[in-house]
Structures are given as C-alpha cells and as structure tokens.
Design a protein around this ligand. Sequence first.
Ligand code: UDP
Ligand code: MG
Length: 322
Amino acid sequence: MVRRLEPYLKLSIVIPVYNEEENLQNLQKQLQESLAIVAADYEIIYIDDGSTDKSYDVLAKLAADDTRVKVIRFRRNYGQTAAMAAGIDFASGQIIVPLDADLQNDPKDIPLLVAKIEEGYDIVSGWRKNRQDDLTKTLPSKVANKLISLVTGVRLNDYGCSLKAYRSDLIKQVRLYGEMHRFIPALAVLEGAKIAEVPVAHHPRIAGKSKYGLSRTFKVFLDLITVKFLLGYLRKPMYFFGFVATFASLCSLAVIVLTIVDIGFSLGYIQLVIGLIFAVIFFFLAIMFVMMGLLAELLVRTYHESQGKKVYTIAKTINLVG
Ligand code: UDP
Ligand code: MG
C-alpha cells in the first residue's frame, strides 16, 4: 500500500529527452497515473537536449494541456547529465526524481522510491535487477558497477539507473559534469548522505533508439578516475601527484637497472635500449596525460563555479520562470 506524500511536499520529476518523439505522450500518460497516487502537488520537467525530431513540439503540446508540465529546450545536444542538471536547477519540489524518457524506467516505481525517502533516506537509487538490455550494455555495466563500488567505497548494485529519488536540498548542492550523474551517490555520501537501493522494473526500449554505444564505458572509466581524485585529493592534490611521481620514478629506476643487467648478456642490446627508451617515453606520456586530465578537471570546475557559469545554455522554456 503506497502512502501519499505529505500535502506540503512537492515532487519534481526530471526527464532528459533526446529524440524521443514516439515515447513522450505515452510516458506523460503513465506519469500522470502514477503521480496521482503519490503526490498532491507535482511538476514534470522535460529537458529537450537539442532533439532533431519532433520531441519539442510534442512537449510544447503536453505543456499547453497541463501547466504542471514544464519544458526546457537546450540550444544544442549537451548530454544526459547536463539535461539532468538543468532539470534539478529549475526543480521547485522538495523531492526530485529523474527518469529516462524512453519508458525503460517504469513510472509505477516512483511511489516506491518516494516512500523510501520519507523513511529518512537522502538518496534512493533504483536497481534494475532484471535489466532488459542486450549484452553489449549489461556486461560493461556489470564490470563498471563492481569497479565503481570498489573504488568509491559506496556499495550499490546499479549506479547507471536513472530512476532515483533525491532530497532536493542535497542534490542541488552537487555539481554535475561529463557523464557524472551516475556518480551522484558516491559524491553525496561524502557530504553525509544516507543512501538506500530498491529494485525497480526495467523494460526493453520499444520506440526510438539508444543514444549510447560502447564508448560510454570508456567515459565512465575516465570519470571514475576523476571521482576518485575528487573524493580523496581535492583539498590535497600534492599527495596524489607525489604518489604517482614516486611510482613513475621507481619504474624508470627499475628499467635502468634491468637494461644495465641485460647488456651484460645479450647481443642485440641496441635494439633493447631503443625499445626500452620508447617504452619509457610512452609510459611517461601516459602519466602526463592523466595528470593533465586531472588539472583540466580542476580548471573546468574553477571556470564554472567562480563565475557561476552553467554547463548548458537554454534556448527557451515553457511554464517556467527564469
Ligand atoms: N538522453 C539525453 N541526451 C543525450 C543522450 C540521452 O537527454 O545526449 C536521454 C534519452 O533521451 C533518454 C535517457 O537520456 O531519456 C537515456 O538514454 P538512452 O535510453 O539512450 O540510454 P540507454 O537506456 O540505452 O542506456
Ligand atoms: Mg534507455
């Protein structure tokens, strides 16, 4: 039995939309049915992330029929995380629930997540226990989930599930970059957030296409390096740089020792030396790139946060002020 939300609490649903014209009407219908059960006051914020199909027209129609539907239209495609960030920035509810526009998440699960928030959790994360995607998605995701859990120390089964519920005051503090939305729980735990995970339904995509391929796994892996750096070393970067530098020096020392020892025995030592030199150069290049990546991450944050810049630009809004 689902309890209704206290009447003074407002629910904000946040939905990134990128070329989902065939899904939106059906989604809106299912949302209205599900939200009628749980909340007296709610808003549904759709963020059109630069769609090139008719998504915006469909959204404008939905907003004309119901003022609780709000629409933000981006100037171009900024990605799901930026869309989610915009929705969260504009949300006026005390509880914020993001979900996908493609009906892979089920609006029927919203009351479940919200009830858990009311029990006192700050973040309730959906767990697609029976995930309906093919192996090219589920396999990398399994590895990524294990890795994220290991590296961040926050134990969740499914970080990638968009369907989550957040206490608004907490999530509005978290700045989102890159594909970082899946790391919100890890970042929030650091601020003392209480997290729960509940199994949710997951359906195969019926209309429209998935926007992601294998390259996402790679981006997630890079974001994980950034998150680990931010979690542990944001206020003391020299420890991190110092550790990597020590490791690199030891490696180079080992290579020198090995080379000297080997010259004594083998004939093709010139090739060996050249090979080693190249190996060393590439090794240090790799390290330098990671380091520069981290510096860039810091610079990006300084750039956006010192000037209050957003990670997106808005073309227009409907039913929203500001
Ligand atoms: N999405 C978006 N901007 C993008 C890519 C995706 O707003 O650049 C939205 C998309 O419309 C959907 C959600 O993010 O609502 C999840 O995308 P998708 O279903 O393609 O991901 P998958 O379920 O295949 O992992
Ligand atoms: Mg999907």
